[in-house]
Design a protein around this ligand. Structure first.
Ligand code: FES
Length: 117
């Protein structure tokens, strides 16, 4: 199982502001990632599309909470990163947890550190 370092991004979900498409970009531990709000759930993925680098936060989410890239409209599950429109790419996703102490995003530890464990 992947080990994460959890980074607090807000005290609560109301503190976060989203664009009309339900997405925003945030900086976590030196990485810019895309944060998406779907119903009352928060989901996160890399800022750049794995196909040709489209900015995911400029795309949109479908009714199922899949994210659609603005450049060529490839569609990805924000639950597991699968390319649900079938082109064979994989979008890196990050876990988000809403706890009573705040909203946290999990970033996997660097590979050297994992190797030493
Ligand atoms: S860059 Fe995202 S689908 Fe092509």
């Amino acid at each position: 199982m992947e080990k994460y370092t959890w980074h607090k991004i807000a005290d609560n979900i109301e503190e976060l502001s989203f664009h009309e498409n339900g997405m925003t970009e945030i900086n976590v531990s030196g990485k810019t990632i895309c944060l998406a709000k779907h119903n009352d759930t928060l989901l996160a993925c890399t800022q750049k599309c794995p196909h040709a680098g489209g900015t995911m936060a400029d795309g949109y989410m479908d009714a199922l909470g899949n994210i659609v890239c603005p450049l060529h409209r490839y569609k990805f599950s924000l639950q597991n990163g699968r390319n649900v429109s079938g082109e064979g790419y994989f979008l890196k996703i990050f876990p988000v947890e809403i706890r009573k102490e705040g909203v946290f995003v999990g970033i996997a530890g660097n590979s050297l550190f994992n190797w030493l464990k």
